[in-house]
Design a protein around this ligand. Structure first.
Ligand code: PMP
Length: 312
């Protein structure tokens, strides 16, 4: 039988079956937590697992914590080291996903953020492709993305995700692979777990940060790689729904989804309905970087295992 994986829970590494919370936990009742989704990507030639932009994920987690008035006893450096050690203990030799979560752990009633204990945990799971790589069909959701003044949308807050879950299930029930949510204003926002890019006349266009998106780390990566590797500029602006239908190409990006081509929106083919050339180049460039095959971007990667001793 496979060894049970470890989790990080209550300040120590424990077998995951021991990492349990009470049904009275505040975060379970009110969604008062925030989390991250991080990937480790396996490179078989180097026999190394590279965690992608670990620091940036923990910087975002600590920003989410500020929105929820959660204080953790760890800084970014410590969080990175705990995470690396957890993955090493679990011994993955495949693509995997890391889920840190900071939450109100008190067993106490009443929705609020103050006078509650802050807890922190991390678990890990193996994770291959999330939406496939052949191109997905998406539908614009009737559920609007939460407004910034309803819940701070830039925070990766657990309670927000009922919004995303409603959209994703509606889309799947209607036969689509994924949803695209609009802002409360009716402009294009993002997918249920991905940011969006349009290819328009040789440029990339993506909804601006002010469009209540979750400001994605993959989104930032794609903007940089497009500029520095492909020589393509990105315009960050408001995007109208009907621009989706007439884009030359469309793709979604996110930690879980990587770069996923979109071939159809609301039953309208994008371009000729196949994966376009810019999307293909973006995918190739991005996958090289996250697997440690482009030496220029090694600063973005945290190797989990000690480097192999080179043969003499
Ligand atoms: N939007 C939402 C709603 C998400 O949940 C995610 C995944 N974290 C993203 C966008 C993409 O963010 P990132 O590239 O940082 O994973």
């Amino acid at each position: 039988m496979e060894r049970e994986p470890f989790a990080f829970f209550q300040n120590k590494f424990v077998p995951i079956s021991q990492a349990k919370v009470s049904i009275m936990t505040h975060a379970f009742n009110y969604g008062t937590g925030c989390f991250e989704g991080i990937r480790g990507n396996w490179n078989p030639e180097a026999e190394q697992l590279y965690v992608f932009r670990l620091r940036e994920h923990y910087e975002r987690l600590l920003r989410s914590c500020r929105m929820l008035r959660i204080s953790l006893p760890y800084n970014v450096q410590q969080l990175c080291e705990i995470t690396r050690e957890l993955i090493e203990r679990n011994g993955y030799r495949e693509d995997m996903y890391i889920r840190p979560i900071a939450y109100k752990g008190s067993l106490d009633l009443g929705p609020r953020l103050h006078d509650l204990e802050d807890h922190f945990a991390i678990f890990t799971v193996p994770l291959g492709l999330y939406l496939g790589d052949q191109g997905v069909r998406v539908g614009v959701s009737s559920w609007r993305r939460v407004d910034e003044n309803a819940i701070p949308a830039r925070g990766k807050v657990t309670g927000i995700y009922i919004n995303n879950a409603l959209a994703r299930t509606e889309a799947n029930d209607a036969g689509f692979d994924e949803a695209i949510m609009l802002t409360t204003q009716g402009t294009v926002c993002e997918g249920s777990g991905e940011n969006l890019f349009l290819v328009q006349g040789g440029r990339l266009v993506t909804p601006a940060e002010s469009e209540t998106i979750l400001v994605g780390i993959t989104r930032n990566t794609i903007i940089q790689l497009a500029r520095d590797e492909l020589g393509i500029e990105t315009v960050e602006r408001q995007v109208a729904r009907n621009e989706l239908y007439t884009a030359d190409e469309l793709f979604m990006v996110g930690t879980a989804a990587h770069v996923t081509p979109i071939i159809e929106v609301d039953h309208r083919a994008i371009g000729d309905g196949t994966v376009g050339p810019v999307t293909r180049q973006m995918m190739a460039s991005y996958f090289d970087v996250i697997r440690g095959r482009n030496p220029k971007y090694m600063d973005w990667l945290t190797p989990v295992y000690p480097a192999r001793v080179p043969a003499r």
